[in-house]
Design a protein around this ligand. Structure first.
Ligand code: NAD
Ligand code: TYD
Length: 359
C-alpha cells in the first residue's frame, strides 16, 4: 500500500477542514485522494489553497459509483479510507429524504463493497494495517430529556429524523462489515460542529450571515433545544487520533463538553458581532431574533459523553466554546467573499469552470 488515504466528501464543511489540516500538519508523506460528488454542499473554494499541491488529488464522483471507487482503490492503493460523504442537513431530510437514503445508506453500502473487495486482495500485512473510518453523528442516539445522562457508545440507537435514521443505517452496515467480513472499521459519532467553511444553511453560519445582511435570525420553536458544540478542527484532530490508535471494530463518541440551548448560542453570536462589527444604527443584532415555526419532530437535547476517546486515546478538544465561537465569527468577517459566493451561487460556476467530472 502507498502512503495515501482516500477521503470522501472532502469538499464539504468537515471534510475540507480535515483535508487542509492533514496536509498542513502531517509530518509524513501521506497524500490524499479526495472523492466528492460536489452536491450543493461541496465547495472547491474550501480547497483553493491546495491548488498545485501534488499531495492532494481531487476526483469529482459519487461514493455509490462502485466502478469509480474500485478504480481509485486499485490505482492509488490507499492505507485508509475516511468516509465523510453524506447528505447532512436535517431540514433538507424532512423536505426530501430520498437523497439521504441514496447517499447515506446505499452509497455507504457501495463504498463498503468496493472496500471489501480491495481489502481482500491485499497481502496480510497491508490487510492488518488497513482502516475504514466512518464519520457519523450523535443524532443516531435520539433525543435526551434535560436530566438524562449524556450519550455513551453503548446508548441504544433511536434516530428520529430521516437524516439520523439514514446515518444510523450506515453505522449498522459499517459495524456488520467488521463482524461478518472482518473489515477493519472504526466509527466516530460526533456532536454539532462549527467553524470555518460551514455552509450557511446550518444554525451558526446562517445566523452570522443573516445578522450581517440585516435579515431575521430564525429561532425554531422556543429556542431551548440543546446541542453539544465542537470546533471543527477538534473534530478533525479526533478523527486523526482514532485513525492512528482506535481499536478496530469500535465506535468513539466525540464531543466538546459544551451543551448550549440554541437561544444562548444565537445571543453569544450577536454579542460578538456587536463588538467586532457593530450595526450602523448602534442597536444590537439580537433585535433581529425572530421566533418561527418549530422543525417537525425536533430533537430536544443531544449531549455527548466523550470519556472513552479521552481515556483510551488521550484526545481532548483544544478549543472551548468561547474561544472557538470567537474564531468562527472572525473567520466569517474575514471571508465575506466566500459567503457571498455561496449566497449568489457563484461557487458552482467556479466549480464547473475548473473541474471535469472524472469516471
Ligand atoms: P457537508 O454537507 O458540509 O458535506 C458533505 C460533502 O459530501 C459535500 O462536499 C458533498 O458534495 C459530499 N457528498 C454528498 N453526497 C456524496 C456522494 N454520494 N458521493 C461523494 N460525495 C458526496 O457535511 P459535513 O457537515 O461536512 O458532514 C460530514 C460528515 O460528518 C457527514 O457524514 C455528517 O453526517 C457527519 N457529521 C456532521 C456533523 C456536523 O455538525 N456538521 C456532526 C457530526 C457528524
Ligand atoms: P442545525 O445547525 O441545522 O444542526 P442539527 O439540526 O443537525 O442539530 O441546527 C442546530 C439547532 O438549531 C437545531 O436545534 C435546529 C436549530 N435551528 C434554528 O433554531 N434555526 C435555524 O434557522 C436553523 C438552521 C436551526
Amino acid at each position: 500500500m502507498d502512503n495515501t488515504i482516500l477521503v470522501t466528501g472532502g469538499a464539504g464543511f468537515i471534510g475540507s477542514n480535515f483535508v487542509l489540516d492533514w496536509l498542513a500538519l502531517d509530518q509524513g508523506s501521506d497524500s490524499i485522494i479526495n472523492l466528492d460528488k460536489l452536491t450543493y454542499a461541496g465547495n472547491l473554494q474550501n480547497l483553493a489553497s491546495l491548488e498545485g499541491n501534488p499531495r492532494h488529488i481531487f476526483v469529482r464522483g459519487d461514493i455509490g459509483d462502485a466502478a469509480l471507487v474500485a478504480k481509485l482503490l486499485t490505482e492509488h492503493q490507499p492505507r485508509a479510507i475516511v468516509n465523510f460523504a453524506a447528505e447532512s442537513h436535517v431540514d433538507r431530510s424532512i423536505h426530501g429524504p430520498a437523497e439521504f437514503i441514496e447517499t447515506n445508506i446505499v452509497g455507504t453500502f457501495q463504498l463498503l463493497e468496493a472496500t471489501r473487495s480491495y481489502w481482500n486482495g491485499l497481502n496480510e500485512e497491508s490487510k492488518g494495517a488497513f482502516r475504514f473510518l466512518h464519520v457519523s453523528t450523535d443524532e443516531v442516539y435520539g433525543s435526551l430529556s434535560p436530566t438524562d445522562p449524556a450519550f455513551t457508545e453503548t446508548k441504544q440507537y433511536e434516530p428520529n429524523s430521516p437524516y439520523s435514521a439514514s446515518k444510523a443505517a450506515s453505522d449498522h452496515l459499517v459495524r456488520a462489515y467488521h463482524h461478518t467480513y472482518g473489515l477493519p472499521v472504526l466509527t466516530t459519532n460526533c456532536s454539532n460542529n462549527y467553524g470555518p467553511y460551514h455552509f450557511p444553511e446550518k444554525l451558526i453560519p446562517l445566523v452570522i450571515h443573516n445578522a450581517l445582511a440585516g435579515k431575521p435570525l430564525p429561532i425554531y420553536g422556543d429556542g431551548q433545544q440543546v446541542r453539544d458544540w465542537l470546533y471543527v478542527k477538534d473534530h478533525a484532530s479526533a478523527i486523526r487520533r482514532v485513525l492512528e490508535s482506535g481499536k478496530v471494530g469500535e465506535a468513539y463518541n466525540v464531543g466538546g463538553w459544551n451543551e448550549k440551548p440554541n437561544l444562548d448560542v444565537v445571543h453569544t453570536l450577536c454579542a460578538i458581532l456587536d463588538e467586532l462589527s457593530p450595526r450602523s444604527d448602534g442597536k444590537s443584532y439580537a433585535e433581529q431574533i425572530t421566533y418561527v415555526t418549530d422543525r417537525p419532530g425536533h430533537d430536544r437535547r443531544y449531549a455527548i459523553d466523550a470519556t472513552k476517546i479521552n481515556r483510551d486515546l488521550g484526545w481532548k478538544p483544544a478549543e472551548t466554546f468561547e474561544t472557538g465561537i470567537r474564531k468562527t465569527v472572525q473567520w466569517y468577517l474575514d471571508n465575506q467573499e466566500w459567503v457571498q459566493n455561496i449566497a449568489s451561487g457563484a461557487y458552482k460556476d467556479w466549480v464547473d469552470k475548473h473541474y471535469e467530472k472524472v469516471g
